[in-house]
Design a protein around this ligand. Structure first.
Ligand SMILES: Nc1ncnc2c1ncn2[C@@H]1O[C@H](COP(=O)(O)OP(=O)(O)OP(=O)(O)O)[C@@H](O)[C@H]1O
Ligand SMILES: [Mg+2]
Length: 230
């Protein structure tokens, strides 16, 4: 596997925060890489740094030390607008807390990433199709506060998928879903992975999901427990 085929390259990544009691080490010296089209599960106890790592990988947060290279671009060398442009084009992100736009209904939330890309062709149809795939055909006009937690999670998934991103980051994407719905969502994610060669990085507590991935990165207290080359 040549260097250029790695879509994610992480070197010496650390995140430290200062508070009143001193310095808090959130992530310490993380190294790994992920090749195009691979699926990686990030596992670890609550507080081990999984969400922080995902935010750094997607350029939503900045590191204290080290580097993240995404699709050949070093995030540290891009300004905020550059990182945002890279995300819009190439990255889907499912947040642990969903982060839907409260003043937009389900359909409008899913249309938004396409509109931000300036796409005009079949935006409504593509968003509707994704919402149908996650079982929300009857909830298109509902606002986030009118949706259950699991329904919001599925809107967030549809929003992350709609642009067919090269890399999908998902933070416990089945955390609020019942077993059957969770399985549907996982099938959708792996079908994106297989059909379009998308790279998947999933935070999960579900060992059955982790075992379907090509590699597992285990975090403990902000350190990586296995030196996985995904
Ligand atoms: N802005 C912040 N200020 C202070 N501490 C923070 C901040 N963000 C995260 N932390 C701390 O960093 C650690 C890692 O947080 P993170 O959200 O990455 O954990 P996690 O592995 O995703 O946990 P969970 O499984 O509960 O979602 C936690 O101990 C958390 O309290
Ligand atoms: Mg988390």
């Amino acid at each position: 596997m040549s260097f250029s085929e790695n879509v994610i390259e992480v070197r010496g990544l650390s995140k430290r925060l200062r508070d009143a009691t001193g310095e808090l080490v959130i992530l310490q010296d993380i190294d790994f890489s992920v090749a195009r089209g691979q699926s990686v599960a990030i596992v670890g106890a609550s507080g081990s740094g999984k969400s922080t790592l995902l935010g750094l990988l997607a350029g939503l947060d900045t590191a204290t030390a080290g580097s993240v290279n995404l699709l050949g671009q070093s995030l540290g060398e891009l300004d905020e607008e550059g990182r945002a442009a890279l995300r819009r084009r190439s990255v889907g992100f499912v947040f642990q807390s969903f982060q839907l736009m409260p003043h937009l209904n389900a359909l409008e939330n899913v249309m938004l990433p396409l509109e931000l890309l300036g796409e005009t062709a079949q935006v409504r149809e593509r968003a509707t199709l994704l919402l149908e795939k996650v079982g929300l055909a009857a909830r298109l006009r509902h606002y986030p506060k009118q949706l259950s937690g699991g329904e919001q999670q599925r809107v967030a998934l549809a929003r992350a998928f709609v642009t067919e991103p090269a890399i999908l980051f998902a933070d416990e994407p089945t955390g609020s879903l019942d077993t059957a719905t969770g399985e549907k969502v996982i099938e959708l994610m792996f079908s994106l992975n297989q059909a379009s060669g998308a790279t998947l990085v999933l935070v999960t507590h579900d060992l059955a999901i982790a075992s379907r991935c090509d590699a597992t990165l285990a975090l403990s207290g902000g350190r990586m427990m296995n030196g996985a080359q995904a």
